[in-house]
Ligand binder design. Structure first.
Ligand SMILES: NC(=O)C1=CN([C@@H]2O[C@H](COP(=O)(O)OP(=O)(O)OC[C@H]3O[C@@H](n4cnc5c(N)ncnc54)[C@H](OP(=O)(O)O)[C@@H]3O)[C@@H](O)[C@H]2O)C=CC1
Ligand SMILES: Cc1cn([C@H]2C[C@H](O)[C@@H](COP(=O)(O)OP(=O)(O)O[C@H]3O[C@@H](C)C(=O)[C@@H](O)[C@H]3O)O2)c(=O)[nH]c1=O
Length: 289
């Protein structure tokens, strides 16, 4: 399938740009606003896509605690609107969701698609409401839950902690929050495989957990980041692992939660390992790549 036949919402975002790099049609919010039915209908009429990927979202996890209405409007109402238009036009939809629909877990026992979500943040609740709205629209869809996206552009966990380490020689890192660091280019490639299956009318599960092998804690990922940073002459601060309860943030994060990606791996093949991609982003950030 020609990637150009896929319409992506949130085209200016991290994942949206990655899908655009693979050839998808990926307009930004000014051309396709998922909270505006007229804007959605017009974009669909013009692009006549064979599939839509909804990568538009409100993703400021801490900011959402003070902006619940805005987060809900985009992540829940907006997701429902785009799903309704897709259902009416009989266009399959891939909707991107998050591990933050859960609030706790055991890193040794990743959660499958069967687990019951129970968010503990405004962002997580708004994303869960979005999932429910997509399902309620009744069209052909697959909801892809992912975690810890990063890319070579803009801000992410890697750039945030490297920036903090440039100011301080000692960092506290949460060691009971887990995830699968996922480079947006690897995710975008996987989403195109999933798109191919959906367009070919293959039996695709309506809910999938996606991510690379080797889940890690924030502390563990930071160690990888600073090992590379040290090697390339960047900051290498002293690190202390701490429980999330002693690192207060406006929004709570899930403790010990890891997505089980077995189902998606069987369908699409495993995602490439995150470590080389994380290292490459660190090197680029330090300007030595
Ligand atoms: N980043 C992460 O670590 C994770 C992200 N996810 C999910 O993955 C998806 C992609 O995330 P990511 O690329 O990181 O997010 P970004 O925040 O980088 O991009 C989201 C994009 O959506 C746009 N947007 C916001 N409101 C609207 C609207 N009403 N209509 C159209 N576009 C809009 C934003 O535009 P503007 O900049 O103008 O606001 C932004 O460009 C989201 O569904 C997110 O919830 C899941 C797990 C982890
Ligand atoms: C800066 C810093 C952060 N941390 C920890 C605290 C907190 O648990 C975590 C927050 O990092 P970030 O703000 O980069 O990540 P956050 O915004 O929580 O990332 C989430 O984004 C949304 C969109 C998702 O859907 C999730 O899957 C997840 O990727 O990092 C430390 O432990 N030490 C530090 O010095």
């Amino acid at each position: 399938m020609d990637a150009n036949a896929i319409l992506v919402t949130g085209g200016s975002g991290r994942l949206g740009r990655a899908l655009g790099r693979l050839g998808c049609s990926a307009p930004g919010r000014e051309l396709l606003d998922i909270t505006n039915q007229v804007s959605i209908a017009q974009a669909i009429r013009e692009a006549r896509p064979v599939l839509v990927i909804n990568a538009a979202a409100y993703t400021n996890v801490d900011g959402a605690e003070a902006e619940a209405d805005r987060a809900h409007e985009i992540n829940a109402t907006g997701a429902g609107l785009i799903a309704e238009v897709c259902a009416e036009e009989d266009i399959p939809l891939i909707h991107i969701s998050t591990d933050m629909v859960f609030s706790e877990g055991d890193p040794g026992q990743p959660v499958t698609e069967q687990a019951k979500p129970a968010p503990n943040s405004v962002y997580g609740q708004s994303k869960l409401d979005g999932e429910l709205a997509v399902r309620a629209a009744g069209g052909r869809h697959s909801i892809a839950r992912v975690s810890w996206l990063f890319s070579g552009e803009g801000e992410n966990f890697i750039t945030k902690i490297l920036a903090v380490a440039a100011q301080r020689d000692h960092l506290r890192l949460v060691d009971d929050e887990y995830g699968r660091p996922t480079h947006v280019d690897a995710l975008a490639a996987h989403l195109l495989k999933l798109s191919d299956l959906m367009v070919a009318n293959e039996n695709v599960p309506p809910l999938l957990h996606l991510g690379p092998p080797d889940p890690v804690s924030r502390y563990g990922w930071a160690r990888e980041i600073f090992d590379v940073s040290d090697e390339y002459g960047g900051p290498a601060p002293e690190m202390t692992p701490v429980p999330g309860s002693t690192f207060p943030t406006p929004a709570e994060r899930a403790r010990g939660l890891v997505l089980d990606v077995t189902l998606a791996d069987g369908l699409l093949g495993p995602m490439p390992e995150w470590q080389p991609m994380s290292a490459s982003v660190v090197r680029n950030f330090l300007g030595t790549a």
